[in-house]
Design a protein. Structure first.
Length: 352
């Protein structure tokens, strides 16, 4: 049964109990008054009887709430059961040395993808080549498939053989632990655990010194904010710790990229909550970080991707434009439209 069905049944049940209660009370008062007037029972008997009706119905009023709680618990149990029964991915995330990490050109060949059990084509005949050490910028409308493409690169979903290659090896033939260890994927959802900043950046791996964590927070422009906190990188954030602003959360998450030694770095919409000044300084540090590494920056801000070696514009799962910033500006397409919209917005913010 779904949550909505549980709500419907418990509302119906509580309404029925209410109606029965009103009905019994009404009959008791009407019929009881007559008996009192006829002197068959005393007024005390009538009051006592209405009290019994209250006693009888009070547990019934609780019943719909209890049933709905039990139903919800059963639904949650089934959901958890699904998670517990998932097949474990064979991941040995520790212990991959720098030499073992994969690197090289990334090549995507005529990739078409739909999510399992859903016939909608999410990516339509995508071909991309990223040379080792170069940066690819991806810009596109919401829902155009940017995150899906990254999920496939990390093999979070199964992709056909012969579609995605790193260093000429089909990613389906690369050991999963090696693949995931070689790619630093900074996601758009800023997921933070309710624990210390240190554990949030190191992701609970214990082989990092405090100084390394602090260095990564400096590069991601969050060290001043952390310096103002009483416990520094040991400050607990989240539910029982301090709350961070959207921009601060993004910068904590971005610190992970500076800490990891991956050869491939992906930023998926991770700069959206940063103010212009922080973003500019951070981008300089990121340029330093990705020197010699392969980098993919997904952003809808032209300023984040304009220096990339190659930029692709995605729309409804298709690559509709491709080139450098200057080449794309010459095309009178979507990129140019984004550029004009954003430059007029920037001018407005300078004028105001
Ligand atoms: N797990 C999923 N199952 C089915 N459809 C999905 C799933 N994740 C995303 N989609 C759909 O795929 C499309 C592309 O999503 P996404 O890759 O997140 O876009 P973008 O990152 O460009 O905003 C959207 O229409 C979205 O609704
Ligand atoms: Mg996305």
């Amino acid at each position: 049964m779904s949550n909505i069905a549980v709500d419907i049944y418990s509302t119906l049940l509580s309404s029925t109990v209410m109606i029965c209660f009103g009905f019994c009370y009404g009959i008791t008062i009407l019929y009881g008054s007559r008996l009192v007037l006829n002197k068959t029972i005393s007024i005390g008997d009538l009051v006592a009887f209405t009290g019994y009706i209250d006693l009888f119905f009070t547990p019934l009023f609780w019943l719909p709430g209890i049933i709905s709680k039990i139903e919800r618990a059963i639904i949650s149990y089934h959901r958890l059961e699904k998670v517990f029964n998932l097949e474990k991915e064979n991941l040995k995330l520790e212990g991959i040395s720098n030499n073992e990490r994969i690197h090289g050109d990334i090549s995507i060949k005529n990739l078409t993808f739909n999510y399992p059990g859903n016939m909608d084509i999410i990516l339509d005949n995508i071909s991309i080549d990223i040379k080792e050490g170069e940066t690819l910028g991806i810009i596109g409308t919401i829902g155009s498939g940017k995150t899906t493409l990254m999920n496939l690169l990390l093999r979070l979903y199964q992709v056909q053989d012969g579609k995605i290659f790193i260093n000429n090896t089909d990613i389906n033939n690369i050991e999963l632990a090696k693949l995931r260890n070689s790619v630093s994927y900074i996601t758009q959802d800023n997921f933070l655990f309710s624990t210390t900043i240190k554990d949030n950046i190191s992701l609970f791996r214990e082989n990092f010194e405090d100084s390394e964590i602090e260095e990564s927070t400096e590069k991601s422009m969050i060290s001043d904010d952390i310096g103002n906190m009483k416990n520094g990188i040991y400050t607990v954030i989240g539910e029982r710790g301090i709350d961070l602003s959207g921009g601060q959360k993004q910068r904590v998450v971005i610190s992970r990229a500076f800490l990891n030694k991956s050869n491939i770095v992906i930023f998926d919409d991770t700069f959206s909550a940063l103010d212009n000044k922080t973003e500019k300084l951070l981008l300089e540090n990121i340029k330093e970080l990705v020197k010699g590494k392969t980098c993919i920056i997904i952003s809808n801000r032209i300023s984040d991707i304009k220096d990339a070696n190659n930029i692709i514009v995605l729309d409804k799962g298709k690559i509709i434009e491709q080139g450098t910033h200057l080449e794309l500006l010459k095309n009178n397409g979507l990129y140019n439209k984004f550029y004009n919209q954003q430059s007029s917005r920037d001018e407005d913010s300078i004028l105001n």
